[in-house]
Write a protein that binds this ligand. Sequence first.
Ligand SMILES: O=C(O)c1[nH]c(=O)[nH]c(=O)c1I
Length: 310
Amino acid sequence: MLQTTFLDYIYENPLMNASGVHCMTVEELTALENSAAGAFITKSATLAPREGNPEPRYADVPLGSINSMGLPNNGVDYYLDYALKYQMNHEAPLFFSVAGTSVDENIALLQKIQDSDFQGITELNLSCPNVPGKPQVAYDFPLTEKILTEVFQFFTKPLGVKLPPYFDMAHFDQMAEILNKFPLTYVNSINSIGNGLYIDPESDQVVIRPKEGFGGIGGEYVKPTALANVRAFATRLKPEIKIIGTGGILTGQDAYEHLLCGATMLQIGTQLQKEGPAIFERIAQELEAIMKKKGYQSIADFRGKVKTIN
Ligand SMILES: O=C(O)c1[nH]c(=O)[nH]c(=O)c1I
């Protein structure tokens, strides 16, 4: 009932982790493999391993989460090694995330993947809000176009981009115009809402060390923004570019709403961090129950069919 075709492969369901959550190590990735998740993605990788920011750098809060991890990861070779082993005995294409801290590093990362035997799907993260001194690439439209132009000179494998949330109709239009120029497999909206601030009510203190407590916001806080970004790109991008919906998915209803807005795959971050991989089974069941109640046999029956008020 939840079968989802994405890039010529039929996944059992559209649910997967958001890059960065539960995907830093082989152990965490193996747990996702063994969960009810239809697919999964690795932590955004840089060329060399990175320590990331000083802790505490992540906090769960009542309505979501705040993080300024700072792109900690074991380096691209660690994840590539895992990916090459994984694909030897699994059909389902793996999603592989990269996040260079410069244009050159992004090109080098993708060149490495292009030259490797990796046959899965690559996600170019253009929206990390926590690399000290580095603005989120995808808020710089000319730079985004420059990077994608350079990438598609040589990259021929399936590629998606992870975008930050936009909050202005003109930005949706401008970004969609750029993205429509490229043979992208998908757009993943949204990354965390960058540089929010959470204050602990007991201590009057921020809850993460880096950047005086400023960090990316996830969870319930972000669903309206996530749905808007999914809908905005679903209605602006050429049909070949699919949408992965990320942001504010805690229940089957949230998942259903992302699908109504036009998403094909769904990524779960904050609530996966809080609940663990058992969440995939729960959300799949809740989503199926909603579909049954509404008389839908498949997701294609309602994907993208959110109603407006005419
Ligand atoms: O701080 C991080 O590691 C991080 N945190 C986020 O919220 N989104 C991202 O894309 C990344 I690369």
